[in-house]
Design a protein around this ligand. Sequence first.
Ligand code: AMP
Length: 873
Amino acid sequence: MGPRGTGGRAGRAGAPAPGWTCLLPLLLCTALRSLRASPGSEVNLLDSRTVMGDLGWIAYPKNGWEEIGEVDENYAPIHTYQVCKVMEQNQNNWLLTSWISNEGASRIFIELKFTLRDCNSLPGGLGTCKETFNMYYFESDDEDGRNIKENQYIKIDTIAADESFTELDLGDRVMKLNTEVRDVGPLTKKGFYLAFQDVGACIALVSVRVYYKKCPSVIRNLARFPDTITGADSSQLLEVSGVCINHSVTEEAPKMHCSAEGEWLVPIGKCLCKAGYEEKNNTCQVCRPGFFKASPHSPSCSKCPPHSYTLDEASTSCLCEEHYFRKESDPPTMACTTPSPVSSVKKGKITKNSISLSWQEPDRPNGIILEYEIKYFEKDQETSYTIIKSKETAITADGLKPGAAYVFQIRARTAAGYGGFSRRFEFETSPVLAASSDQSQIPIIVVSVTVGVILLAVVIGFLLSGSCCDHGCGWASSLRAVAYPSLTWRCGYSKAKQDPEEEKMHFHNGHIKLPGVRTYIDPHTYEDPNQAVHEFAKEIEASCITIERVIGAGEFGEVCSGRLKLQGKREFPVAIKTLKVGYTEKQRRDFLGEASIMGQFDHPNIIHLEGVVTKSKPVMIVTEYMENGSLDTFLKKNDGQFTVIQLVGMLRGIASGMKYLSDMGYVHRDLAARNILINSNLVCKVSDFGLSRVLEDDPEAAYTTRGGKIPIRWTAPEAIAFRKFTSASDVWSYGIVMWEVMSYGERPYWEMTNQDVIKAVEEGYRLPSPMDCPAALYQLMLDCWQKDRNSRPKFDEIVSMLDKLIRNPSSLKTLVNASSRVSNLLVEHSPVGSGAYRSVGEWLEAIKMGRYTEIFMENGYSSMDAVAQVTLE
Ligand code: AMP
């Protein structure tokens, strides 16, 4: 590649172009502005203004360019060269710089500051006077290349002035200084010379600055990225691997991309502070004595559990105090306990779904027994177990599989802690009997009895409701437990008990299904929503929050930006959602429900919850602040302003967040660009986890024939038709988000009605490719919109695919063929092609756009051939 012009107009070279300025996120922009005032990502190879002694430049012929020996107010020389042979023919005056090392950079930038005399203001000089000069370079590995011939120099550009000056300007002492920047690359040798050729202009070359750009060393996601010289090509992104900082380990290989402009883009992967260390201010700090962190995935150091201690720093677990112990298989978060094992366990009544047990108090319980803990699991399935806590010496484990063996262990808790578990006791539930003529009646009887019980429960509830409205939530959740028994079973922590003395918890792979673990827990499974919110969200004191301004309107009240100052931490910007005054209890519950959900997630592409304010009014949810707000508005505001790689970076982030949610078992149901937030680094994060969101909050949601309220344009057909919401339906919505992003916030299906959208999609029509969309991305969208949900890609496949495209940007150069792209019309993906239609009217009818037939005719598109010719323009 040869030399290229950048910058240009007088007075603004060196600053970002205006369009670009407003595009850049605020912080980055401020940083860039300060960089440019004192360039941090630009490294000077030569600045003629800062050279104190002789520059060592050569001028020939001798009467051409001459150095003006001026000094500034500090008596430092100002190296200004001038030439003004405007009255003489055939001028060819050369000014050669000394050798400039490129210090390993393969693209360099040259910034010239100069004044140029307007030929019109020169009496009699018009015939010979010029208003341009030429700039050249010659590469060489050492300083021996100076005496080369003129024709060996390679021309960089002809430099013209944007502002020339006249006699009048001189009279006013106005110097119109031009600044021009050119870049040259790729350079292959160690250095180069520059040369300036005058062919008859009146020029004063005031300064020459030669520099290269680099992405400055930075720490992101706990990985250190080194100073990186930008690539040789002006559009090249260099993939740079980060190195995890001290005391951290790789979670996913950290990478970023260094752009030709010296900016870091598209961070991927991250490091985590290793066990025994926690993250603080971009560093990993050691856990103090008395605290421990067992795994890199634990968010911070925790206090040693009861009856354990550590005297060391960086502990990954705590030691049990004397006479206390912890089983090897117990997690380090477990308290140490004293032995008092339960020895005799007897089985009681056994049905096909339940086993009743009883046991005797241990002989020497070592104090008063406060409660028993009964752990049980299906034989050979120890990774998924349930714990029941009971004050009695008997329990019934229900919700079991028929004909299956279950293993039980029991331990007692005294004031000194837990005793050891008893040995394992194994019991089997009754099998389901094969249907005989008599037994064939059983399902009918069971259904009748169940319906009867539910009706009875409803009637009793009805009768009681007048007198016990305070218990409304408990009543609702008991009914829920009847209606969704499997939900209670799978979703973990449930306080819907048969026995008031009992409490039940479910574990998977050694973890209770509570915060920080990889399974999402529906806050609905909590009888008391306040308990759910405090389980998953930190309470923040209102005095720690400073509200600054209103930035949006949420469904429950205003959304503000502000600052949060937590003890021992620096103040940082946050977004604050408020609950409007006069709220109902249901509104408060739904409002805080979002925090109960958000608080369970910890991922760089999921909006991060700082905490909640519930103990004072207004009730607030505090989250990280996303400077650029919601993605759809941001893209509309900045139409056409991003590189494809930047857009793919955004999509990658969203896919990565969705992969995390689907791994957690959370189905979003309302994935759309309006529900993605974007920060100053263009990092996109999934947000909007409202409990009733899909039903009430989203203005895009419409009632379906089945009564549900659904954002039709974003929703998969099976979710619209029979409410089959899964991660695969989220993938469909993700395809629509891809389309929104690549078309800069265009409305999917434009002004088509929801009914027309449903029909068209059902008949196999899909959105056409957005303008200038890489074919690989459009293909991915079409894959997400496969009718068969099992054929759609999974989120982890989408992330891998986008990573591949980012690593290999040339794969994004093939765009969807513009002539095959019919703008604003749906594209058929069923076997029948448009060739099958005899008339435009028939075709439009088939794609549910029959009412546009007249407009087509009026505009001359009366045949299918004419329609096929419709181009972008
Ligand atoms: P929501 O109620 O979540 O839909 O928020 C309403 C609006 O407030 C959004 O469309 C955003 O413009 C703005 N907003 C919400 N959360 C944040 C945040 N964390 N950072 C910046 N703006 C936000």
